[in-house]
Design a protein around this ligand. Structure first.
Ligand code: SOE
Length: 377
């Protein structure tokens, strides 16, 4: 067994999901490398200590630069708000650390390019936490598409719907609501939610060529948590776009934080010449599959309960029929990352892969701002 010493920066929601991944992966997967929770870093020492104690980190740092100076850290996990991804990731790469960065890669494409160049120049392993690729049902969708079961693809459709910002009293900025502050997040639902849909789409259906988008900011001003002042909201509350994929299919995407009743409804559907696939995060272990090659008298949508040992990742979990959930996507991502060290292959999605998502997000925002079609550049 080889140790892989982890330095986590940021201990919010994502810090917890990743930490759980580090803890569980070696318990369920046969891995040569085992993560060691060496240090957690955050500005608030008291809270960082409480997190370290609860989660099992050996030490605490309050300055991320100090963490990067430590010889006992192999991999840095960047779980900060988006506006710090670039600076920390580049510094970590320059310090020779592996870098695992929370999504989206960066605030924009220009930053993403710098980040890619830094990790590639330093020759350090890098990965971005687009976790939904590792839902077994989504991974199975990839397998079925790659086997050619859908034939020529005509349509790709995805939604990511939430409702947590409808109340105009929700503030922007600060630890809990930095996602509403353009200075910290870069964009709203486009970088936060559609980025997931785009990452999955690029993986399942290939490149996106051009986009036409519309965005809306429903609540124009919110109190800023740090200043107490009411200031203009500069993020997109909702975004919808359509696009052309490189394979000739059409894409339709929608995301909002104003779909009352929906907490995290990520759905996708792909329609091909010979079949279709449909998946829903709220029922994440099921993959709906329509196979037109079935005998016509029994032809219909089948609902595959992805829980059997010969389906992706499931041999590592319980016995067939017993399902897993959201947290396991991060366990899978950690396991795949650790296996990539053994095989010396890149761990997808790399920074370079995630840059493609960033380019689509930038084209989407540009299209909405200019009310025109934009090429993905
Ligand atoms: C936003 O509410 C959020 O937590 C995103 O930031 C995550 O990336 C997404 O997986 C769930 O929703």
């Amino acid at each position: 067994m080889k140790p892989l010493n982890i330095g986590l920066i940021g201990y919010g929601f994502m810090g917890r999901t990743h930490t759980n991944g580090y803890r569980q992966a070696p318990r369920f997967f046969d891995l040569e490398y085992h993560p060691v929770l060496k240090a957690v870093c955050a500005r608030n020492e008291e809270k960082a200590k409480a997190f370290a104690e609860q989660q099992g980190y050996e030490s605490v740092e309050t300055d991320w630069r100090k963490l990067l100076e430590r010889d006992d850290i192999d991999a840095v996990d960047v779980c900060t708000p988006n506006n710090l991804h670039k600076e920390i990731s580049i510094a970590a790469a320059e310090a020779g650390k592996m870098v695992l960065c929370e999504k989206p890669l960066a605030m924009n494409t220009a930053e993403g390019i710098e980040m890619c160049e830094a990790v590639e120049k330093a020759g350090v392993r890098n990965m971005v936490w687009y976790n939904y690729r590792r839902v077994p049902a989504v991974t199975l969708a990839k397998q079925l598409i790659d086997e050619g079961r859908l034939g020529k693809i005509f349509h790709y459709r995805a939604n990511f719907l939430q409702d947590w910002t409808i109340n105009a009293d929700v503030p922007q900025g600060g630890a809990a609501t930095w996602r509403l502050d353009a200075e910290a997040a870069g964009s709203g639902v486009t970088g936060d939610l559609l980025a997931h849909c785009i990452d999955t789409a690029l993986w399942l259906n290939g490149s996106i060529q051009d986009v036409s988008a519309v965005t809306e900011t429903f609540v124009k001003e919110r109190v800023h948590s740090e200043t107490g002042e009411k200031t203009p909201v500069k993020i997109d509350d909702a975004c919808a776009f359509h696009c052309h994929f490189g394979n000739g299919s059409l894409g339709l995407f929608e995301s909002t934080r104003y779909a009352r009743g929906h907490k995290a409804l990520y759905t996708l559907e792909i329609n091909g010449e010979n079949g279709s696939l449909r998946w829903d995060l709220h029922d994440l272990h099921r993959l709906e599959f329509f196979d037109h090659n079935d005998d016509s008298i029994v032809r219909g949508w089948r609902s595959i309960h992805v829980s059997d040992g010969d389906q992706p990742y499931m041999a590592n979990w319980w016995v067939p029929g017993l399902q897993i959930g959201y947290e396991h996507t991060f366990v899978h991502q950690v396991a795949d990352f650790l296996k990539s060290l053994e095989s010396d292959q890149p761990a997808a999605p790399t920074f370079r892969d995630a840059l493609e998502t960033q380019r689509v997000c930038d084209a989407v925002l540009d299209s909405a701002a200019t009310r025109s079609w934009k090429d993905v550049k």
